[in-house]
Design a protein around this ligand. Structure first.
Ligand SMILES: [Zn+2]
Ligand SMILES: [Zn+2]
Length: 159
């Protein structure tokens, strides 16, 4: 995993910044990125047009600006810029997990690669990723989630 220390260009101890397309919404991930996780579920596809690649940090995710939150399920909500519509944030409604879309980060060099793919059984046939990261089906994701001790950044349920 890339750390702030190995990345003098962008992420620092102060955090890793990003913004929406129009710039009205800005954010900062505090701590270290837990890795890029790619979700292939139908909800993510409908929300942002394709697979959702998002990053959670070891610290908090600080958000500023006009974010419109949509409660997409009993447990999760998704945030987009109320001005330009950029799909940016996914978080648990209890506040336990927050992640930001990897493409919104200012420094794109800080992420070493994709950590995992989830809900691969929902992936359509018209695209394929070439990386060797683990592929988890919905059942595998839910089993990890139910076990209670899995890294939440790797077992985030959709919707
Ligand atoms: Zn915007
Ligand atoms: Zn998803």
């Amino acid at each position: 995993m890339t750390t702030a220390a190995s990345n003098p260009e962008g992420a620092t101890a102060a955090g890793s910044t990003g913004r929406c397309l129009c710039g009205a919404v800005t954010f900062r991930g505090v701590g270290s990125p837990k890795g890029v996780h790619c979700c292939h579920c139908r909800d993510c596809a409908r929300w942002n047009g394709g697979p959702l690649m998002a990053v959670e940090f070891t610290g908090v995710l600080e958000i500023a600006g006009p974010v419109r939150w949509y409660e997409s399920s009993d447990w999760a909500e998704r945030g987009s810029c109320d001005r330009c519509g950029s799909a940016m944030f996914w978080r648990m409604r209890d506040g336990s997990t927050s992640s930001a879309a990897v493409g919104a980060f200012d420094d794109q060099t800080q992420f070493a690669g994709i950590e995992s793919h989830i809900f691969v059984d929902s992936k359509p046939a018209y695209y394929e990723f070439a990386d060797g990261a683990p592929r988890l089906t919905a059942a595998e994701v839910m089993a990890l989630f139910a076990s209670g001790d899995a890294d939440p950044s790797k077992v985030t349920p959709p919707a």
